[in-house]
Design a protein around this ligand. Structure first.
Ligand code: DGL
Length: 281
């Protein structure tokens, strides 16, 4: 594969590009929109090729290349890989081959391991993430003295993509995935897939109240801000109308529903300009 370099300097009025295998990364996108209200974004939901979790590293990298090149063509100044599976399998390749900053997301093992009093934490993630070299090296670094119960969330992403966050099928799967974690007396559950924050209400229902659930969304938004500041491409004043474009390559009404819920719950200001559209990529 050939390396692609862009010599055009990035401007602060360009968009923040975000992609995920589907709607999951919207949970990260929301944190970015909250933290950086002067920034415009373009989000790619690669739902047509979801889930990534069971694919080979090479297949995941090919999909990341496609998404990256689409976002660069649309004028992104930075790319947030809002997918743990894509980050843990392919971000090294992306950083080596494209001259644009990449922010990745990885399961928040470090804070969970450091704060666990029971010395027992659960990690729910995709097969692709749990089997990756990047995940296993991070996990080794922080969990020497900790029991880690790693469970693959098989079947959860397709259900979330269909908007079935609260269905009996989802609850049944989650119950079976959480059982060994509860038996191991975990006090932290790490959500290692950006789709899983959409399961928070159900997870809270199923887990003992002393279990803290953590994900990496806020940390990714903070890191995005830090890199924009460092590269002097952050929007510091209202220099252009803020606009968020969300593209999916699969006809899905779920994104619209999620945005409505974010607006209604005040997680996103009502007046935020958001356009959701189908796009082939
Ligand atoms: N949302 C993604 C993640 O964070 C991908 C899930 C999938 O497509 O399997 O891992």
């Amino acid at each position: 594969m050939k390396a692609v370099f862009y010599f055009r300097p990035m401007q602060n009025n360009q968009h923040i590009g975000v992609f995920d295998s589907g709607i999951g990364g919207i949970s990260i996108w929301k944190e970015i929109v909250q933290l950086l209200p002067l920034e415009s974004t373009i989000y790619l939901a690669d739902s047509k090729y979801a889930p990534y979790g069971g694919k080979s590293q090479d297949e995941i990298t090919q999909l990341c290349i496609k998404n990256t090149e689409t976002l660069i063509a649309l004028g992104a100044k930075i790319i947030v890989v809002a997918c743990n599976t894509a980050t843990t399998n392919s971000i090294e390749y992306l950083r080596a081959n494209y001259n644009i900053p990449f922010i990745g997301i990885e399961p928040a093992i470090k804070p969970a391991a450091l704060q666990s009093k029971n010395k027992s934490i659960g990690i729910l993630a995709t097969k692709g993430t749990l089997n990756s070299r990047l995940f296993s090296s991070t996990s080794k670094r922080y969990t020497q003295e900790i029991d880690t119960i790693e469970v693959i969330g098989t079947g959860l992403v397709p259900l979330i993509e269909q908007g079935k966050m609260n269905s009996s099928e989802t609850k049944k799967l989650l119950t079976s995935y959480l059982t060994p974690m509860i038996a191991a007396n975990i006090d932290y559950l790490v959500l290692g897939c950006s789709h899983y924050p959409f399961l928070l209400p159900v997870l809270k229902e199923l887990l003992p109240s002393q279990v803290t659930i953590i994900d990496s969304g806020e940390a990714v938004a903070r890191q995005t801000k830090a890199i924009l500041e460092q590269t002097k491409t952050i929007c510091t004043e209202d220099i252009h109308p803020v606009m968020h474009q969300i593209y999916s390559n699969d006809a899905t009404p779920v994104i619209e529903d999620i945005i409505v819920r974010f607006r209604e719950s005040g997680q996103i200001p009502l007046k935020t300009a958001i356009q959701v559209a189908y796009k082939d990529f």
